[in-house]
Design a protein around this ligand. Structure first.
Ligand SMILES: Nc1ncnc2c1ncn2[C@@H]1O[C@H](COP(=O)(O)OP(=O)(O)O)[C@@H](O)[C@H]1O
Ligand SMILES: [Mg+2]
Length: 253
């Protein structure tokens, strides 16, 4: 199962992905989180103490050149032990969670981060996952990745919205592009929902109801400030991470 997240900047994508990662671990699943944001901070959010040890995939120019170049269509990841080992070098692990960081993307002359995105695309398309394995892809804001078809290989796209008109506008644009690249399952997730008014605004503005509502949480803010693992939080989340996973695994069947 491969799950990606998108939405306007600052709406809570990284936070929600980290909470999902924690919940998946609790359910006994194998989790690989890929941080594809050019300013990555998933490691800190998950409470990795050795965040700086994450070797950005983008640094691996040889790998990038190979993957972006002539080797089109060649076996990748699990199919090729050499590449598999290579990728293992780029994973850091903490509390049973594995993390890979795409890293600062160097934009080429034409304004395209092509090699990095090519690698990401290949990884998502070719990675062979056991039924118990879940890949979570955290992305930068907006629709860039969708535009390049990078997330075309994911099973489920989560689009995060907060109760604001501008976040809805971005979400609708993302939804359209995700439909265009034929992502099989697309769901809205509401974040920073304070009251019934917020809920109602979102329900009216979106074409379909969000599958989960995250409250505005003091615990989340505190975890961010102290850089403690967000996966420890439970009490204030009103079961939202569990609701998302329930829906995702339901849709899969
Ligand atoms: N439900 C929430 N309650 C309180 N603070 C939140 C919540 N969701 C996100 N935040 C805070 O909002 C900020 C932006 O969240 P982040 O997950 O980094 O957004 P994104 O990845 O979409 O840019 C962070 O400081 C985070 O701690
Ligand atoms: Mg983020």
């Amino acid at each position: 199962m491969k799950i990606a997240i998108s939405g306007k900047g600052g709406v809570g994508k990284t936070t929600i992905m980290a909470l999902l990662a924690g919940e998946l671990r609790k359910q006994g699943r194998e989790v690989l989180v890929i941080d594809a944001d050019p300013s990555p901070h998933m490691a800190e959010t998950l409470g990795f103490k050795d965040a700086e040890k994450a070797r950005p995939i983008a640094d691996m120019t040889r790998l990038l050149a190979e993957r972006a170049g002539k080797t089109e269509g060649s076996p990748f990841y699990n199919l090729n032990p050499e590449v598999n080992d290579l990728l293992r070098d780029f994973m850091i692990e903490h509390d049973g969670l594995r993390l890979m960081v795409l890293g600062a993307v160097q934009v080429a002359e034409g304004g395209c981060a092509c090699p990095e995105n090519h690698v990401l695309k290949k990884m998502l398309k070719k990675m062979l996952l056991a039924p118990n394995e879940v890949v979570l892809l955290d992305m930068e804001a907006g629709v860039e990745h969708l535009g390049r078809g990078t997330v075309a290989g994911v099973d489920h796209l989560l689009i995060v919205v907060i109760p604001s008109r501008s976040s809805i506008r971005t979400a609708l644009k993302i939804k359209k592009m995700a439909d265009d690249v034929r992502i099989p399952n697309i769901s809205f997730i509401a974040n920073l929902v304070r009251d019934e008014d917020d809920r109602e605004f979102l329900m009216t503005a979106l074409p379909e109801a969000p599958i989960a509502f995250f409250p505005d949480s003091r615990e989340i803010r505190n975890a961010e400030r102290k850089e403690t693992a967000i996966t420890e939080i439970e009490s204030e989340l009103e079961g939202a991470p569990q609701q998302i996973l329930l829906k995702i695994f339901q849709d899969k069947k």
